[in-house]
Design a protein around this ligand. Structure first.
Ligand code: ZN
Length: 711
């Protein structure tokens, strides 16, 4: 095994072919016994046919594959167009529903008519350039206020027309009845309500479930993405990216995404049979809606396995309670469907009072901060709003502690926050600058779990923040994309820039291999390097100046069935720009003249508890000093660190030891006879870390320095 991996700049261009035409699919009835097979095929299953056979969208090839596996697969329609024809729908928006143009015109008109409570926002554009428009409704709408945000999303599946009508009609209802109906007035005054009727405007116009690229947008989101519904990569579509960016910039507390298959309210997870850590709360809040609207409340997974859904991403990556609301798509039912869902939306707008309400500021400047908030008992992070610093999290009555952390700031925990049905759990935190920077938010993750054992119980959020021994297990070939947050990109420093810390956890004490990539939010294309265990990386070595998003891909070759197989990602720690003590050698070059035994000293600033480590490599390869495999390294407590050339032009060794009371460590290099001529130019690499002596977690890693061997 090489101790130092040479860093090679390799550009991997993720293939996102936005022009790929969708392969023609038909509509099939497939018995539920084929669930496992269908999820392995990652085809589009229409959600919501509770207890009945699945309605699947399959290519001829996929239908044949199922039949060959003995699954009774019945073709209902040869194509989606044939289905529309048979149902009496044109291949354009059917009559009885509001067209894209009319919805858009109405929202612009409402924003103009109600300037104090309604603002028109365009969150992005579709593949064909249509606007993803939203009406943001709040008292004093032009001023960003300290209040919970609620989002109602429609028509992510373009041909589920009624799903667009719900946010559309509700927005108009709020505007028309503000100041008239005291309930509406309170909802609008106490919240910031986002009504986004058409998440897939091209599909809405073309009467297709997918977007104009033939991608199912509700399988394209990054949280536990797995290539379902034709999604070629997480966050691959412009419509997905628009909503993801919206989530990154807001602090949504509660949300619902409307669909049209059955009368059901689904709650997370869709990707796993495991319950969320907020399960009791999620069911309780969901029950208020499902009771008001008279829908069944059902766990999403129990209907069908899905990956890359908005509902899992909004909750899993941003802490927003989120539900998938399945409603009737029948034109004749529209008024009734709206009235029952209006009751549900009303209940949601009234439910943001009970919970934790925090304000986060910078202790020095008093300015608001976007911070991550971890609530006791929950394993997903929420985020405060950058403009105001406010964060709102619905919780059940109880006593809570809240840990608040922003990148580059020292975390703070507030304990004993009491929440009752009539008492808001308020807290205010002023964070002080000081700590290193770490992973701040999750852009995408796939905790690979082959065989669907769903026994990977480690939480994605455990990869956020400083090293704490709690790790997110990626599983064999899984990946995660971590966001350092706005304004916290790594800038290239003289040597290594960040460390990936792998935790050794009960059940897996092995260090594992992985690859690290960097880049923008939606394309982490540049390979920064390969690591094993805890390892440090230099972004400048591969030509990068700045990196905000880091992608870590498991490369462990772990056993597929092992729930803790794959790298256990504890943390990433940004090193560059960190001011700290440095290590020097008392000579920059060690003369090999005469061969035999040479000694020199490494000089550090702190005696005693300061550990250091050395690695060496052949030739002039710069390599990386990495604090890897800490616990498996021999501890050198003697006065001398011994190195012996173990081959021509080759010195491979690493070690861990103390600097002595004078802050010195002597290094002895032994060159066996006959090898000295070839060692000319060999570079010894040195680095050290300050370690927490209890947890052995590094708190500071020096910039590495080198000693060159010369004849
Ligand atoms: Zn749908």
């Amino acid at each position: 095994m090489r101790l130092i991996e040479a860093l090679t700049a390799v550009l991997l261009l993720v293939a996102i072919d936005s022009s790929a035409a969708a392969q023609e699919v038909g509509v099939y009835r497939v018995p539920r016994e084929a669930r496992q097979l269908l999820s392995e095929m990652k085809v589009t299953i229409r959600h919501g046919n509770l207890g009945e056979a699945y309605t699947a969208e399959l290519t001829d090839e996929q239908a044949d594959q199922l039949r060959q596996s003995g699954v009774l697969t019945v073709e209902l329609y040869a194509s989606l167009a044939a289905e529309n024809l048979a149902l009496g729908l044109s291949n354009e928006a059917p009559t009885g529903f509001t067209s894209y143009a009319d919805m858009r015109a109405d929202f612009y008109a409402y924003a103009a008519a109600y300037p104090n409570i309604a603002a028109l926002e365009v969150l992005g554009n579709s593949v064909n350039g249509r606007e993803i428009f939203a009406l943001r409704i709040s008292g004093n709408v032009l001023v960003e206020e300290d209040e919970p945000e609620i989002a109602f999303w429609g028509a992510i599946h373009g041909n589920e027309y009624a799903s667009g009508e719900m946010p559309f009609r509700y927005a108009k209802n709020l505007c028309d009845n503000y100041g008239v109906d005291p309930n509406v007035t309170a909802f609008v005054d106490n919240n910031e309500i986002w009504c986004v009727p058409l998440l897939n405007p091209d599909g809405y116009e073309a009467n297709t479930r997918a977007n104009a690229n033939g991608i199912d947008l509700n399988r394209d989101y990054g949280f536990q993405w797995n290539g379902f519904g034709g999604s070629p990569a997480e966050n691959s579509q412009v419509e997905t990216r628009a909503i993801f960016k919206f989530l990154q910039e807001s602090n949504i507390t509660l949300s619902s995404t409307f669909h049209c298959s059955g009368d059901v309210l689904f709650y997370p997870w869709g990707f796993s049979a495991n319950t969320t850590s907020d399960d009791a709360l999620i069911q309780a809040i969901g029950q208020t809606y499902s009771s008001a609207a008279n829908y069944a409340l059902v766990n999403s997974w129990s209907d069908y396995e899905t990956h890359g859904e908005l509902v899992d991403t909004a909750y899993g990556a941003f802490g927003a309670l989120c539900y998938t609301t399945e409603i009737s798509n029948v034109v004749g039912d529209l008024d009734f469907t709206y009235s029952r869902n209006k009751d549900g939306m009303d209940v949601f707008c009234g439910s943001t009072y009970q919970g934790l309400h925090g304000l986060v500021t910078d202790a020095d400047t008093g300015l608001p901060l976007r911070a991550a908030i971890f609530v006791s008992g929950s394993e997903v992070a929420s985020y405060s709003d950058a403009d105001v610093g406010d964060v709102h999290r619905i919780v059940q009555p109880g006593t809570y502690s809240v840990t608040v952390w922003a990148n580059g700031y020292v975390p703070q925990t507030v304990t004993g926050i009491v929440v009752t049905e009539s008492t808001r759990g308020e807290f205010a935190v002023a964070l002080s600058r000081g700590s290193n920077e770490h992973g701040f938010a999750i852009t995408a993750i796939q905790q690979a779990d082959p065989g669907n054992s769903y026994s990977n119980l480690s939480q994605p959020a455990w990869a956020l923040g400083p090293p704490d021994g709690k790790a997110c297990s990626l599983g064999r070939n899984g990946f995660i994309v971590l966001d350092l947050g706005e304004g916290n990109a790594i800038t290239d420093g003289p040597d290594v820039d960040f460390t990936v810390t792998e935790a050794l956890v009960p059940g897996d004490l092995m260090t594992e291999r992985y690859r690290v990539y960097g880049g923008t939010a939606f394309a982490q294309n540049t390979l920064i390097g390969a690591g094993k265990g805890t390892w440090s990386f230099d972004i400048g070595a591969v030509g990068l100046n700045s990196v905000r998003y880091i992608r870590i891909e498991d490369n462990s070759g772990a056993s597929p069935g092992d729930p803790l197989g794959g790298v256990e990602l504890d943390s990433i720690t940004v090193l560059s720009g960190t001011a700290g003590p440095t290590l020097t050698a008392d000579v920059a070059q060690v003369s090999l003249a005469g061969g035999g035994l040479q000694t020199f000293s490494l000089v550090g600033p702190t005696p005693g508890a300061l550990y250091y480590m050395l690695t060496t490599e052949t030739g002039s390869t710069p390599g990386t000093i990495f604090p890897t495999s800490l616990l498996s390294m021999p501890l050198n407590s003697g006065a001398l660190f011994d190195f012996t050339a173990n081959g021509p032009n080759r010195i491979l060794k690493k070690g861990l030891g103390f600097l002595n009371a004078s802050g010195l460590k002597s290094v002895k290099l032994t060159v066996p006879p006959g090898q000295d001529p070839t060692l000319n130019g060999v570079v010894l690499h040195h680095a050290y870390m300050l370690l927490d002596l209890v947890t052995l977690e590094p708190t500071f890693v020096s910039n590495p320095m080198t000693t060159t061997l010369v004849p």
